[in-house]
Design a protein around this ligand. Structure first.
Ligand SMILES: [Zn+2]
Ligand SMILES: [Zn+2]
Ligand SMILES: [Zn+2]
Length: 304
């Protein structure tokens, strides 16, 4: 299983339009962050996580030629408003995934037409409201994406979604007043044991139950990608120390901050993490044993 982080920036991206701060003027490629988006590849299948306004740019930059399914964390514009650009993928080869007998038997409403888009029932409702033109009867002609929205509310560590051997568990989280879901993806590694990647954005509160779900989802958590907006507190995003607090409890081998804003350069974020690591005994031990806690960046590839 391989995850490519195609975007690691906050809602307006970095650099921010019309901003001339040191971070936005930085020439370090690590400081150029598109909106949050990730690509997960497993056994030749490609799964997208979130489809924000930079999706077209990301698809071209990372040479994306096919998609088998999409996962959506929540309905905020920076995670959703590239949905129209799924058109090319939904018309090209989405049927292959829908014909999968696992999907068909699990979700009998799947017609075999349209790219599967997995999200919470709540977010499904928002997508219908916000993009009605996608779902109403229309003239044929290929001008709109053909999507099959599938709710994940019945999935959990006890009942994971199974996509061609990849297990997916949704993790309910709070993002200010907004409900979001993170995901834990688990596959069987070359050693025969399960390995996971946890992708948790956007959030500023993860309940004990949800933290337990992350750990129960399966096997060694190789990578945790977690919302960590900035040093200062925020009403709907984890700041750096909150993210480290959750990482301390989750205990992944590698923790990566995402959804980063333009308050600090990439190198300054790493220095901040290093300066505060001693406050987190579990993370300190993980780092001593060869693990890491770092800011992510666009193009980062995670293997598990
Ligand atoms: Zn966001
Ligand atoms: Zn700036
Ligand atoms: Zn959000």
């Amino acid at each position: 299983m391989k995850m490519t982080l195609m975007g690691t920036g906050t809602s307006h991206g970095v650099p921010v339009i019309a901003c001339s701060c040191e971070v936005c003027k930085s020439t370090d490629e690590h400081d150029k962050r598109l909106r949050c988006c990730a690509l997960l590849e497993h056994e030749g299948k490609k799964f997208l996580i979130d489809v924000g306004p930079d999706f077209r740019t990301q698809a071209l930059k990372f040479n994306l030629c096919s998609l088998d399914a999409v996962f959506i964390t929540h309905s905020h514009a920076d995670h959703l408003h590239g949905i129209d650009d799924l058109r090319i993928f939904s018309h090209k080869n989405s049927a292959a995934m829908c014909k999968d007998s696992v999907i068909k038997s699990k979700y009998p409403e799947t017609s075999g037409e349209g790219l599967p888009v997995y999200t919470s029932e709540r977010t499904k409702g928002y997508i219908h409201e916000r993009f009605p033109y996608i779902f109403v009867d229309h003239e044929k002609g290929g001008g709109i994406p053909k999507l099959n929205l599938i709710g994940m509310d019945s999935n959990s560590s006890e009942n994971p979604l199974n996509l061609c051997g990849l297990k997916v568990v949704p993790i309910p989280m709070l993002h200010g007043n907004h409900h979001t879901i993170g995901f834990v993806f688990t596959s069987t590694g070359s050693d025969g044991s399960p390995h996971s990647i946890a992708y948790l954005t956007d959030c500023n509160f993860i309940s004990e139950e949800s933290l337990a779900e992350v750990k129960k989802a399966g096997g060694q958590i190789e990578h945790l990608v977690i919302d960590a907006l900035r040093e200062r507190e925020h009403s709907s995003h984890c700041n750096f120390l909150q993210a480290m607090g959750y990482a301390e409890q989750i205990g992944a081998r590698h923790t990566w901050f995402t959804h980063l804003t333009h308050d600090k350069k990439h190198g300054q974020i790493q220095s901040y993490i290093n300066d505060h690591l001693a406050e987190f005994p579990n993370l300190s031990q993980i780092v001593k044993n060869g693990g890491s806690v770092s800011p992510s960046y666009d193009g980062l590839i995670l293997q598990a």
